[in-house]
Design a protein around this ligand. Structure first.
Ligand SMILES: [Zn+2]
Length: 376
């Protein structure tokens, strides 16, 4: 076969034409494309068996079985030949140093040489953790290169350890390196505008900190409030030239799919469109699922499908990347990851219906007002 593209779905041009305008409507193949030709909508999945070698401990919620659950969820999603699999590659020192100063890296290298150990109250390393962390931090760069090459419509980095709590100088909340931030910084330094949407149930404090005063990068976070790590209040909006490029949707416990959809319409879509990014990166944690043992939000796998389809539809074809973050109920994680990745390529796979009737619409309205948006 001369191409890594896979043919799925109905209607639309080939991805070989990577000049497709941004689609802002529903992200089905037919809506994304025009004409009656066959769509070539594929998803690059960057993942690696070496992620299983990060073993923070038998009772630790961020365990290797999570990644196996994600893989089985993708298998169950009926993606077939739409999936293009690619192993991760370790981020270089140069890539890591864009986000993390040398002493942070040196500490992790030291612990790795010592065979691992506790890094902070929530985060542990084993033998294999440092390699896994470097692979997780490099996965997005593999995805960028492949997408630039026209190899897929979108990408999912199925990685662990997760990254969005890692600040430039601190490990935190199961995270050693900020995987998404390493990719976002590489893109920004290459002159590209980057929008980040983080729908993990916890605030992406590390990502926010990296880009808080950086007007090249928009950071939007949906998260439960209050909850670990305690940051992400709506009035945290960025600073200096980055003022207004941080958006925090701090939602009350039990918020459900209707609130997320309202937030997309009222806040996320208009802000991302106003920012006009070249790339859309998503911190795709699935711990806002109602079954998750660490959180108290009300989403279902069907909601993750809706959310992901809308977000990927905000980017040009071949300019969106999802990064796995949290998700600690294995069945919910499996179903949600499968539904989300399927939705990213326009395949309707919904192990559960979407949810509704949760609280939080007043938070959405106050965040819209803080960011100068007129509610439609
Ligand atoms: Zn989380």
């Amino acid at each position: 076969m001369g191409s890594t593209l896979r043919l799925v779905g109905r209607g639309g041009p080939s991805l070989a034409h990577d000049g497709c305008p941004a689609a802002t409507g529903p992200s089905t193949p037919a809506a994304r494309t025009t004409g009656g030709t066959i769509a070539a909508v594929s998803v690059l999945v960057v993942t690696d068996e070496r992620f299983l070698d990060h073993r923070p401990g038998e009772r630790h919620p961020e365990r290797p079985a999570r990644l196996e659950a994600v893989w089985s969820g993708l298998d169950a999603a009926g993606l077939g030949d739409a999936v293009v699999r690619r192993p991760a590659e370790e981020a270089s020192d140069e890539d890591l140093l864009r986000c993390h100063p040398a002493p942070h890296l040196a500490r992790l290298v030291y612990l790795d040489a010592a065979g691992g150990g506790r890094v902070d109250p929530d985060t542990k390393m084993s033998t294999g953790s440092w390699t896994a962390a470097r692979l997780a931090a490099g996965a997005g760069l593999v995805a960028v290169a492949a997408l630039r090459n026209g190899e897929a419509a979108t990408a999912f980095c199925a990685v662990r350890p997760p990254g969005h709590h890692a600040t430039p100088t601190r490990t935190m909340g199961f995270c050693l390196l900020n995987n998404l931030a390493v990719t976002a910084m590489a893109l920004a330094d290459a002159g590209e505008r980057v929008a980040i949407v983080d729908f993990d149930a916890h605030h992406g404090n590390g990502t926010q900190e990296v880009f808080y005063s950086d007007d090249r990068v928009l950071f939007v976070s949906f998260h439960q409030w209050p909850l670990f790590p305690g940051t992400g209040a709506p009035d945290e909006m960025g600073e200096g030239t980055g003022t207004g490029t941080t958006v925090n949707l701090a939602l009350p416990p039990d918020s459900a799919g209707d609130t997320y959809r309202y937030a997309l319409d009222a806040v996320v879509v208009p802000i991302v469109e106003r920012f006009a990014p070249d790339w859309l990166l998503v911190s795709a944690g699935f711990d806002a699922h109602r079954a998750d043992p660490l959180t108290r939000l009300g989403l279902t796998s069907g909601d993750f499908a809706d959310l992901t389809a809308r977000l990927v539809g905000l980017a040009r074809t071949g300019r969106s990347i999802l990064f796995l973050e949290g998700g600690y109920d294995l069945d919910a994680l499996s179903a949600s990851a499968g539904a989300a990745v399927a939705a990213a390529v326009g395949i309707d796979h919904r192990p559960e219906a979407a949810s509704s009737e949760g609280p939080g619409s007043e938070v959405v309205e106050s965040v819209a007002a803080l960011h100068g948006l007129v509610l439609r």
